[in-house]
Design a protein. Structure first.
Ligand SMILES: Nc1nc2c(ncn2[C@@H]2O[C@H](COP(=O)(O)OP(=O)(O)O)[C@@H](O)[C@H]2O)c(=O)[nH]1
Ligand SMILES: [Mg+2]
Length: 428
């Protein structure tokens, strides 16, 4: 096993740079740079020198974490140096010249943590989400996943499945011996399977991690000149869309992300819908608007409330500031994007609807991959409930166990692991 090293902190220049070294030669490398071995798990000030020339390179903190109870499960060392370009470059070059050491690939530290059983795949996915989190809700959900809340549930399901498989095997042995089995055992097995299936079904009701990552999709639609682009700009706080009184100005979808109240939103402005479209491009824009309307998590409809294309649309009567303009009958909200009147109500309503779509406090979201495996397990359990043949029940339970192993990554394919760990930065 190679010993790997990398600058794990951000790009220099920075106040402090953190270089991590992991693997069997980490201790030797640390001694070579510091001239002595620091006490384990205690930060100590040390002069960092080039092991070959003896030249002093920097003075900083050295940390020594002997494995296996470390982040990577291996011997791990950290040099906290000054974060200048030349300082970090000189230290990295000195490390590269030490035998058995090489620069780490992206995500390689985390991959080692996974391979050494320090974290499972779901925790690694949570860690990846944590690194990319931009909003408070993303951070919270990622933290729950990285801290192993989901993994602990999976472990519990695995144990329940194993116990079930063992019961089925026992019942099969009884029937082989033509003995009178415990009359209740099959009923108990069925009831446990049904209970677990129910648990998995509830798990699938959790919010999507992808929705949390990409934002709650809010689509603004309605006829030309309704004030859609003006409202979008007001919501995202910048001029993302062109506003004009020329009907048909917005011809394509315009997407603008914005975090409101810690929740990520993706606002989409659409081409105005009208019967007398002027040209082929406007027609394409309108077709795209219709797709966006269908895919919206929340639709803000700015036309006649009676024409709303979806029952769940939020019907908005715009331009409240215009003197003499009556609020449209049947509208949910009467507002002006220009004066700001009624905007707080709209934002309150958006947050209220969005909270049902993203994880709440103390909750996590499921990735498409995790959702798929839970579905595979659920299908297998449903299959087990549909038969009286214990051999077939045993086979379905085996399939469900396979899906659980895939969830923790114990049965993961290399491709999937490469895809996940490749997303991390070097030094993570
Ligand atoms: N007075 C007033 N004018 C508005 C308001 N919202 C939009 N407008 C005007 O209505 C016209 C069309 O607005 P725009 O946002 O481009 O509408 P869209 O075609 O639905 O995207 C522009 O001249 C805007 O300045 C508003 O709240 N109050
Ligand atoms: Mg527009």
């Amino acid at each position: 096993m190679d010993t790997i090293f990398a600058l794990s902190s951000g790009q220099p220049p920075a106040a402090i740079g953190i270089i991590r070294i992991s693997g069997p030669c980490a201790g030797e490398a640390l001694r070579a740079i510091c001239g002595r071995m620091p006490n384990p798990r205690l930060a100590s000030v040390s002069l960092f020198s080039d092991p070959q020339s003896g030249e002093a390179l920097d003075r900083g903190l050295a940390l020594w974490f002997p494995g296996p109870a470390t982040a990577t499960g291996e011997d791990l060392a950290e040099l906290h140096c000054h974060g200048g370009r030349a300082v970090t470059a000189a230290l990295l070059e000195a490390l590269a010249r030490i035998g058995g050491l090489r620069g780490a690939m992206p995500g390689e530290f985390t991959r080692r943590a996974f391979e050494n059983g320090r974290i499972d795949l779901s925790e690694a996915e949570g860690l990846s989400d944590l690194l990319f989190a931009e909003t408070e809700s993303q951070r919270r959900a990622a933290m729950m996943m990285a801290e192993g809340h989901f993994s602990r549930k999976v472990t519990d399901w695995q144990e329940r499945l194993l116990a079930l498989s063992a019961s089925v095997e026992a019942a099969l042995d009884f029937s082989d011996e033509d003995d009178v089995p415990d009359a209740g055992i099959e009923a108990r097995i069925r009831s446990s399977i049904a209970g677990l299936a129910d648990t998995l079904q509830r798990e699938l009701a959790r919010p999507d991690a992808e929705r949390l990552r990409d934002g709650v999709r809010v689509v603004l639609a309605g006829p030309p000149n309704a004030g859609k682009s003006t409202l979008l700009n007001a919501l995202v706080g910048r001029d993302a869309a062109i506003v004009s009184d020329i009907a048909g100005t917005t011809r394509d979808r315009i997407e603008a992300p914005a975090a409101i109240g810690g929740i990520p939103f993706l606002f989409t402005d659409t081409a105005g819908l009208r019967a007398d479209k002027q040209d082929a491009i406007e027609a394409i824009g309108m077709a795209r608007a219709e797709q966006a309307i269908a895919a919206a998590d929340i639709l803000l409809w700015m036309g006649d409330p009676a024409d709303a294309p979806r029952d769940d649309a939020v019907k908005i009567s715009a331009k409240k500031d215009v003197a003499g303009l009556q609020a449209a009958a049947g509208a949910d909200l009467d507002l002006s994007a220009i004066s700001g009147d009624g905007m707080a109500e709209l934002i309150g309503l958006l947050l209220q609807r969005a909270r049902g779509l993203v994880p709440g406090e103390g909750d996590y979201a499921l990735h498409a991959r995790q959702r798929r495996e839970v579905e595979v397990a659920l299908t297998a359990l449903s299959g087990a409930l549909e038969t009286d043949d214990l051999l077939i029940v045993a086979e379905h339970l085996r399939l469900a166990r396979g899906a659980m192993d895939a969830l923790t990554g114990r049965a993961g394919t290399e491709d999937m692991l490469d895809a996940l760990f490749g997303k991390f930065c070097i030094g993570k």
